[in-house]
Design a binder for this molecule. Sequence first.
Ligand code: ASP
Length: 336
Amino acid sequence: MSTITSTFAQSDSSKIILVIHGGAGTILKKNMTPEKEKAYHDKLEEALLAGYNQLKSGKTSTEAVKAAINIMEDSPLFNAGKGAVYTNKETQEMDASIMRGSDKNAGAVAGVSTIKNPIDAAIAVMEKSEHVLLTGAGAEEFAASQGVEIVDTSYFRSDVRHKQLKRVQEKEKMVLDHDGDQGSVDSSEDEFNIDYIEDKKFGTVGAVALDNQGTIAAGTSTGGMTNKRYNRVGDSPIIGAGTYANDFAGISCTGHGEFFMRNVVAYDVCALMEYKGLTLEEATAEVIRKQTEIGGSGGLIGLDKNGNVAMPFNTAGMYRAYITENGTMFIGIYGQ
Ligand code: ASP
């Protein structure tokens, strides 16, 4: 966790309009097969294009964030929606949040188990309620009343995730998605299992978009931590910690949630820009430095109003990607 990898970019001719992540962690090339690498690459590209098409057809940054995150929530590759990790009680409890920079409206849900795409419920909270954060059964009841898709909990069941839980429980630990110490790898298990076990990875997903009205929206969706107990909630649904957007920038985080809450990471980036006049690059570098200082591993993605992007992390890798106005894409997995 000592190395910090950063990607900052903006091409003069074409603004970056959408940036996404699929989690950070010990993502090492040596643990990847070409097939797995391609699966992640393709899914990130699909998510980018889904969001991009929304923006190109004149839709809002919120709609672009939803489209990109829905693709990743529907994939078992990431710890969100369909790929959510198991709690200690063998249930899945998901969290998500969204914030729109132009009016600082925000919505979030925590501890939901029957909402197919938790980011959709967060958007409904933002747009259709006077609240910011709803939890558990109440959040599910509200989401259903707004036409958000509800599924049976069996939709989220996964043998791979269940085995992951059992290994973690053998060690009596609570770990973040793909945290390294999950026991030995059984080679008879499916190809992604090796990835789940050996990669120390936080598989949360997130997206930040800038639309043609100049509005930034940021969203994050997660299954949280494997073997979590006591209705533990991390940073992802906490506005200011895991997600934040204002007129300066939008931020979505991934990593060890407790540390991201303690440093109020997403807001801290925007505050450094607003109050100290730091650039996105400077502000994100500073908060990742502060995260490293307190022992918080992870990363974040950020996009500012001029279409500059930052994707720093203090882990070995982070699934990350962006697309510019003219359709040029960057997709990255590993660090330095
Ligand atoms: N930040 C998430 C949490 O602590 C985990 C992740 O990023 O994968 O719940």
